[in-house]
Write a protein that binds this ligand. Sequence first.
Ligand code: FAD
Length: 424
Amino acid sequence: MKEEKPIIVVGAGIIGLFTAYYLLQEGEKVLVLDKGTGQDGCSFGNAGMVVPSHFIPLAAPGMIEKGIKWMFDSESPFYIKPRMSLSLMKWGFSFYKAANQKKVDNAIPVLRDIGLLSKKLYQDLNHKKLFDFSFEEKGLLMLCKSEEALHEETEVAALANKIGIEARVLTKQEVCDLEPEIKPDVSGGVFFTGDTHLYPNQLVAELRKYLIAAGVEIKFDTELIDIECNSTAVERLKVRESNGEPYLLEAKKVVLATGSWSEQVGKQINLNIPVQAGKGYSLTNPQVAGKELFTPSIFVEARVAITPMLDQIRFGGTMEIGGINAEINKNRVNGILKAIPKYFPEYEVPYPAENKIWSGLRPCSPDGMPYIGQHQRYKNLYFNTGHAMMGISLATGSGKLISELVTNKKLSMSTQDFSIHRFD
Ligand SMILES: Cc1cc2nc3c(=O)[nH]c(=O)nc-3n(C[C@H](O)[C@H](O)[C@H](O)COP(=O)(O)OP(=O)(O)OC[C@H]3O[C@@H](n4cnc5c(N)ncnc54)[C@H](O)[C@@H]3O)c2cc1C
């Protein structure tokens, strides 16, 4: 009997793994490929927040002005490295076109729905106890130093409550009650009660272990180098293991979950799927006795995220659009560290040894929406990528939606706004 061809998922980051998970739930045979070693990547050292409160896309009115101001500050949270790159120029132009109120108004209910779907799926997973990922439902505190930032966040809170995401505006005292050991020095904050968080390093490792035990094959050190198609479908993938000769793999269907490399991969099939890598950094330290942080928070002006994870505390931030590389920009890391005592006066984090600084490349689409969809011409080819700052948050929902598309099931929500052809 002829052996059944697998559905091949390219990319073993969190998006590829949850794609595999939900395909497995549909009874599919799944093979996952990744060119890396599986030891690190963007899905590991991130802030682990699962936050339906993030319903406003990055490409929003005012962001371009803010971005230009930040460009002149070497320690600011956002930076675009100037370089001669047609792909960067096109991405920037698409960002500019998306950063208007009409597009944002359209995006808000869609991001809310996929955010809530994803959170619900994480809750279900946590309930099932198939594997542990230290899921906690403690909310998210948006901490504002200035009255101006608090005013802006208060407006976001009002909008959140209007669309069904609970948000409470807190006084300085109420913020301090939530963080009694740290006593934040802020003008106030907004508390999104329904947000949650998890430990991403554990999630990736445990989910992978679960998938392998359940029969999913995962091949690392295996790079997709070409996609062979006939006029309507993908026939084979050409792959290569390090230093080895290329070879061909037959696939029933293919899902590309290739993160920051997706634009390059898209070129193999003449698909324009703009993605820029947005580098961020994080540091993870043990919690300090007597100065324990309890609630995940974000410093609003500094754009630094702080997440308690088991007995550790992780500080993460910065969005550096500078191509695909792993260079550590010390000024940006300093920007994160200097922000900490501004909000938490009794808390200092010294500059760490270089090997303690983690960096990851967020796959950023120009309009702040992920790409989740089917190729119009090659009907057995799909993309699930472009989740930028939200890949952990939206991984379950995106994995579920792509599995429903691939297996022709009723969709949990419309995927129209995630079309992979919207920039074609
Ligand atoms: C500092 C920081 C903090 C963050 N905090 C949060 C947070 O709190 N909440 C949240 O939701 N998100 C957060 N994020 C974003 C989140 O980490 C990403 O959105 C997510 O990890 C992206 O997952 P991915 O699977 O798409 O990409 P990746 O994890 O990068 O996986 C893509 C994989 O594809 C493989 N690949 C690429 N090309 C090929 C090829 N040709 N052949 C084979 N394999 C290939 C790569 O090797 C890689 O392993 C943060 C990111 C950073 C940097």
